[in-house]
Structure formats: C-alpha cells, structure tokens
Design a protein around this ligand. Sequence first.
Ligand code: G
Ligand code: G
Ligand code: MN
Ligand code: NA
Length: 255
Amino acid sequence: VDIINDMQRAFYDNEFKLYYQPKVDAKSKKIVGAEALLRWIHHEKGLIGPDVFIPISESTGFMLSLGKFVIQESSLAIRRFSDLGYNGLKVSINISTRQFQNTDLYQDLKEELSKNDVDPKQLGIEITESIMMQHIKKTLTTLQEIKNLGVSIYIDDFGTGYSSLSYLKKFPIDTLKIDKSFVDDISEVGNNDEILLNTILAMGKSLGLDVVAEGVEHEYQYSYLKEHGCEIIQGYYFAKPMPEEEFIKLLHEEH
Ligand code: G
Ligand code: G
Ligand code: MN
Ligand code: NA
C-alpha cells in the first residue's frame, strides 16, 4: 500500500522517465529506432525498474495513468528527435493488457500524435500475443484503427505465447519481436540449437513481416541473426536502455 501512495506522489513529482534502447539495422549497424522503456528515478532509492512497479500498477489501475504518460512522453520525444533532424527514427512503446482493454488506445494515440504534429509512421506499439488472443473481435477492430492511423504494430516476446498462424495472418501486424529466449539458443560453437529461431525467422519472411531480435548480447548472436535474414537488432551488444539525452548523443556521434 505504501508503494502505491509513493507511486502517485512520484507521478506528480515527475519521477517516471522514458529510457530509450536503440534498435539497429543489422547490415549497416546504424540506429533506426528505439524502444521506449519506463524507469522510476526515485529521489531517495534511485533507479527502480518496471519489473517492480508495472505489476503493481497493472493490478491497481495506476497503469492507465502511466500508459497515457508513455504515449504523451513518447510523442514529445519523437517531436524532439525530428526537430534535431532525425525524422526517420521509429520509436515503439509497450502497451499493457489493462491499458489495451480499458482505454481507447486509438483515440489516445491519435490525439497525442496530432497535438505534437508527429508523423504516426514514427510510432509503433508493442503488444503481446496474449493481448491479441483475448477478445479477438474487439482487438482486431482496435488494431485495424491504429494501423489505419499509420502507427506500426509489433508483437512483443514473440514465440512465447500461443498465437496461431492463421491469426498472425488475419491481424494487421508489421513486425515480430523474437523473444530473447530464442536468441539465447544461438550456439557459439555451431550446435544447431536454433530450430525454433529459424522457424520464427522463416515465419516472418513468409508472412511478409519484419523481424526484430531482442536481447542480443554477443557478437556471434548478431552475426548469426544477420546471416539468417534478421533485419533489426536490439540488445546490450549494441546498447542498454538509456536516458533521452544519452540516446541523442549516440545519434549525434553516428552522424
Ligand atoms: O525495461 P526492462 O527494461 O526492465 O522492462 C521490464 C518489463 O517492463 C518488460 O516486460 C517491458 O516490456 C515492461 N515495460 C517497460 N516499460 C514499459 C511501459 O512503458 N509500459 C508497459 N506496459 N510495460 C513496460
Ligand atoms: O518485455 P520486453 O521485451 O518489452 O522487455 C524488454 C526487456 O529486455 C527490458 O527489460 C530491457 O531492459 C531488456 N533487455 C534489452 N536488451 C537486453 C539484453 O541484451 N539482455 C538482457 N538480459 N535484457 C535486455
Ligand atoms: Mn517490448
Ligand atoms: Na520482449
């Protein structure tokens, strides 16, 4: 209960921040976008990760405020990136189950994007397979609206859920984000443990979807993914999630 009060306070004291983890083009190693990830910079306790506050937020409804904040903040950040000349960058935000089900996500996205004069093509939402598989009809309608707005749709942690191929085809999805567990299967010494990973890569290709690999930590993982047709890489091998100023510095260094 204490932490719930403290989260409310922290929200009004602006202690919640978005960090940005670069997504890199596999071939050129250039930054093509970023995933926005929430952090709580507590004035006494320091950095608190989302694994601590997201589950509590989700169970209390506070997630709806946080979710709206993420949409506002990411739109403002995209505006700032564009004003600095980085108008081709794509930023993705994570959408929680509760936020997807209990808010008008389409309306919220539309409003914030137009308020900040942001090209919807620069924003993506990351949803899990389990969100997709609940209330399928309504979900399909919502995703269709969001897609028509121009916002991209990513399936997060792909391969860990239960989405069937026919649903993947039916839903307006742009990108599969391969879960880290499949990237971890890549063997440094060629043990051929990559069957599931290869299947997901092939699936993405045959459905005409982009594929992003998450949790890439080693050079041999990066090389394997690049050689097997994965276009975009995200992971500590390139960069950890970082404050906006650091992300901008990284962009400047590249140009
Ligand atoms: O960011 P890691 O950096 O620790 O994130 C841990 C978990 O918290 C991940 O599952 C991530 O998707 C989730 N998460 C991080 N930021 C957000 C956010 O803004 N909204 C939602 N719904 N989940 C987030
Ligand atoms: O659930 P989601 O995929 O949104 O969460 C992404 C999570 O993965 C965040 O907690 C982020 O900080 C973390 N992450 C990103 N890259 C790496 C990586 O290379 N290794 C590990 N262990 N975690 C990573
Ligand atoms: Mn994610
Ligand atoms: Na993920």
